[in-house]
Design a protein around this ligand. Structure first.
Ligand SMILES: [Zn+2]
Ligand SMILES: [Zn+2]
Length: 156
């Protein structure tokens, strides 16, 4: 079963029967009220960002700092899950547990931020963040399709 981007919340989801998004409970085939110019795009650390507004695709030199925090700081198979596992094993592992816990906490607080172009006209609106993964230095945002095509052109 393939995942699909929900046009309403832009999450990549497995559809429920009848094409209902499990996240926002809306019909993925009902495009009423949907801005069809907008789509999700993943930015990795090496992604070159074009000089066009994320929100409308207009060329701009104005940039803003967008900061997000990891949506899943306590992901069970990461260091956090390991520390939980070690806690169960007992006090002998306490120093290690503390080390991993601190690491996870500072990681969660730090989040991830990067500069993104946003024109003057769009400055009253916030760039929509879908998810941030500070460990992988990855940020997924909702962007105008002109921004996305410029981004693809720039990054090959
Ligand atoms: Zn949805
Ligand atoms: Zn704009």
């Amino acid at each position: 079963m393939a995942t699909r981007e929900c046009p309403h919340c832009h999450l990549r989801v497995f559809m429920l029967k009848d094409g209902i998004c499990p996240s926002c409970k809306r019909d993925v085939d009902d495009l009423s009220g949907v801005d069809v110019r907008k789509s999700r795009v993943e930015l990795v650390a090496t992604t070159q960002i074009p000089h066009v507004c994320v929100m409308c695709g207009t060329p701009t030199s104005r940039v803003i700092q967008v900061t997000g925090h990891d949506a899943r700081p306590s992901v069970t198979y990461g260091p956090g899950g390991l520390s939980l596992f070690l806690s169960v094993l007992g006090l002998i592992f306490l120093p290690i547990t503390v080390f991993f816990s601190e690491r996870r906490d500072s990681h969660a607080i730090a989040g991830y931020s990067r500069s993104l172009p946003q024109c003057e006209l769009c400055s009253t609106e916030e760039i929509k963040l879908i998810s941030v993964d500070s460990l992988r230095e990855t940020m997924t945002i909702v962007a105008d399709r002109e921004f996305i095509s410029e981004l693809r052109r720039l990054n090959g």
